[in-house]
Design a protein around this ligand. Structure first.
Ligand SMILES: Nc1ncnc2c1ncn2[C@@H]1O[C@H](COP(=O)(O)OP(=O)(O)OP(=O)(O)O)[C@@H](O)[C@H]1O
Length: 273
C-alpha cells in the first residue's frame, strides 16, 4: 500500500497551486468572437477547496475547462504548480456532471483506466484500485457494469477514477447535480472525507449555495456579462464538517450572504434588474 500512503504525505500537500492571471476567453458565434470571461485573476493554494458559484452562463465550466486544458485562453495564463497549462494532464483529474463511465467496462476496469494508460503494472493497479473501491464502498460492485449501478454509485466510481492518478488538482463540474438530495448529502460528506486525507486542491462548480458553503474554504461568486469573479467569500466554518452544520446560525448567515450576491447576478442575467 506504499503508493497509497505516499499520496497523503506532505509532499502531496505542497502540490496543487493554481494561478490564473488576466484570463480572457472568447468563443466563436456566427463568425463573431464573443467574450465569455474577461480578466479573471485568482490564486488557489495547494490543498484548498474552492467552489465556483454563479448564474447559468457566467462561465464556471469555462474556467474549469481552461484549468483542465480542454480549451485555450484568448489571453492571459493558467498555471498549475507554476507550469503553464496547454493540454490535459494526469496532474489534473476531472469529474463531470453526467456519469461518464465507459458502459462496456466494469467498475474496476473504469477506475483502472488512467493507471493502465500510464503503464502502471497490473499488480500495482489492482492494489490501488481495490483500495479506492473499498474506500467508497464499491468493492463488491467491482465487476458490475455502469448500467447496474445507481447514480450515486456511478459518481463514486467517477470520483475515484480521477483520484487513482493522484492528481494535485481535482476539477469537479456539478458532480452531484443529478443526484437526489439524500444521496447528494452523503456524497458531499464522503468527498470532504477523502479530500481531508489526500489534500488535493479541489475546484468544484455548483449552482447550489448550501453545497458551496458546506464544502468550501472559499467561494468564488461569479457574475455575468461579461463572466467575472464578483466576490470571494471566505467560509471559516470548522472542519471536519458534518451535514448537521447546515442548521447552525453561522452556516445560515453565510448562506444568506451568498444568496444575496447570487440573486443580484441572477436578476442581471435574466435582465430583470
Ligand atoms: N464551445 C463553446 N462555443 C460557444 N460558446 C460557448 C462554448 N462553451 C460555452 N459557451 C458559452 O459560454 C458561456 C459560458 O458557458 P459556461 O458553460 O462556462 O457557463 P456556466 O456558468 O458553467 O453555465 P451553467 O451553469 O449553465 O452550466 C455561455 O454563454 C455558453 O453558451
Amino acid at each position: 500500500m506504499t503508493m497509497l500512503i505516499e499520496q497523503g504525505t506532505p509532499q502531496q500537500a505542497l502540490k496543487g497551486l493554481v494561478e490564473v492571471e488576466d484570463l480572457s476567453i472568447c468563443f466563436q458565434r456566427k463568425g463573431q468572437l464573443i467574450p465569455v470571461l474577461e480578466s479573471i485573476d485568482f490564486t488557489i493554494a495547494p490543498g484548498e477547496f474552492v467552489c465556483l458559484l454563479g448564474p447559468s452562463g457566467c462561465g464556471k465550466s469555462t474556467i474549469l475547462n481552461a484549468i483542465a486544458g480542454f480549451i485555450k485562453p484568448y489571453s492571459g495564463s493558467v498555471t498549475v504548480d507554476r507550469k503553464r497549462i496547454v493540454r490535459p494532464g494526469a496532474d489534473r483529474g476531472f469529474v463531470f456532471q453526467q456519469y461518464s463511465l465507459l458502459p462496456w467496462k466494469t467498475t474496476f476496469q473504469n477506475v483502472e483506466f488512467g493507471l493502465k494508460i500510464q503503464g502502471i503494472p497490473a499488480a500495482k493497479r489492482k492494489e490501488i484500485v481495490n483500495y479506492y473501491l473499498n474506500r467508497v464502498g464499491l468493492y463488491k460492485h467491482r465487476n458490475s457494469y455502469p448500467y447496474q449501478l445507481s447514480g450515486g454509485m456511478q459518481q463514486r466510481a467517477s470520483i475515484i477514477r480521477a483520484l487513482v492518478n493522484s492528481p494535485s488538482v481535482l476539477l469537479m463540474d456539478e458532480p452531484f447535480a443529478a443526484l437526489d438530495a439524500q444521496t447528494r448529502h452523503m456524497m458531499q460528506e464522503l468527498l470532504l472525507d477523502i479530500w481531508s486525507e489526500l489534500k488535493a486542491t479541489v475546484i468544484f462548480v455548483t449552482h447550489d449555495i448550501e453545497e458551496a458553503v458546506f464544502l468550501s474554504d472559499r467561494i468564488f461568486v461569479m457574475g455575468v456579462n461579461p463572466g467575472r469573479i464578483k466576490q470571494i467569500v471566505d467560509v471559516p466554518l470548522e472542519r471536519p464538517r458534518h451535514i448537521d452544520i447546515m442548521v447552525t446560525s453561522e452556516f445560515l448567515q453565510l448562506n444568506r450572504e451568498v444568496f444575496e450576491l447570487i440573486r443580484e447576478e441572477t436578476l442581471k442575467s435574466m435582465e430583470l434588474s
